[in-house]
Design a protein around this ligand. Structure first.
Ligand SMILES: C[S@@+](CC[C@H](N)C(=O)[O-])C[C@H]1O[C@@H](n2cnc3c(N)ncnc32)[C@H](O)[C@@H]1O
Length: 261
């Protein structure tokens, strides 16, 4: 898409439709080939402890499409309230539910109906009553201000056309001193418009990736202090097109912990 002056722009409604279509497939047909890896072998390579994965619904792990491990940084405690932005089929929400226990609460928010339906069905089957999957957008998640101890997210913020709004929403949801622990895709150099205006590459978790210093600055501007930042070299894109962009622009996965001031 381009403006009347010929400057390319991202069509955000096309992007939303593409993202929804892609992650509907991830929910319904996780064994298909995507630009990215999915499932248990990916989760284990990223550092998820196998014994914890054994304790949650296997179908949630089949549709896992995250990009890193960050739950060690989140250090969730029993009784805490957790908000999972872009909860997908629920793998991280279910692991968070184990950590916060029956006295805690996990709220997963996602905009894709098939992901929500799958996550809700699995929560019911596994009797994980402390998890509540809500339809919504990560830029304005349906939670009350100041009620959350830890916001988590995996492979999702890069998909948002308004990342400052996502970080501001996370800060609003958190109590003072609350944590933001996430994994996401960032780049070494800013992506050219040919890439950032390509909704297909964006939906594949590349086109929307922010330059790493800009990403840090956006988090800090929302009122967070970044405490830990680590690279996840175990994460690799799998298609040739994605791989080329990765090499050219230094596209990498990171995990971080930030605290709300
Ligand atoms: C890469 S998947 C990751 C899902 C999950 N966190 C995981 O690790 O498997 C991205 C998810 O974010 C959701 N999503 C993307 N953009 C969103 C937005 N702006 N608001 C709500 N959900 C969004 C998609 O529907 C999809 O389920």
């Amino acid at each position: 898409m381009s403006t009347p002056t010929g400057i390319p722009t991202l069509d955000t409604s096309e992007l939303e439709q593409r993202v929804k279509r892609m992650y509907e497939e991830v929910a319904l047909e996780p064994d298909r080939d995507f630009h990215f890896e999915t499932g248990r072998p990916l989760a284990e390579r990223l550092g998820y402890p196998p014994d914890e994965l054994d304790r949650i619904p296997a179908a949630a792990i089949d549709s896992f499409a995250g990009v890193g491990y960050f739950l060690d940084l989140a250090a969730l405690a029993p009784g805490e309230t957790v908000l999972d932005l872009g909860s997908g089929s629920g793998m991280d929400s279910f692991l968070a539910a184990l950590a916060v226990g029956d006295e805690g609460t996990v709220i997963g928010v996602d905009m894709t109906d098939a992901q929500l339906a799958k996550a809700r069905a699995l929560a019911t089957e596994a009797d994980l009553t402390q998890v509540d999957f809500r339809a919504g957008y990560i830029e304005r998640p349906p939670v009350a201000d100041g009620t959350v101890d830890c916001v988590i997210s995996n492979g999702v913020v890069n998909l948002s056309p308004d990342k400052p709004a996502v970080f501001a929403a996370a800060a609003r949801a958190l109590r003072s001193g609350g944590r933001l622990a996430l994994s996401d895709i960032v780049t070494a150099t800013r992506l050219p418009e040919g890439v950032t205006c390509d909704a297909a590459l964006w939906a594949a978790c590349i086109g929307g990736a922010m330059q790493r210093d800009d990403y840090r600055a956006a988090i800090e501007a929302a009122g967070f202090e970044i405490e830990t930042w680590r690279e996840n070299p175990q994460y690799q894109f799998v298609s040739e097109r994605a791989d080329n962009a990765t090499t050219k622009y230094g596209v990498t996965s990171i995990s971080l912990l930030a605290r709300r001031r």
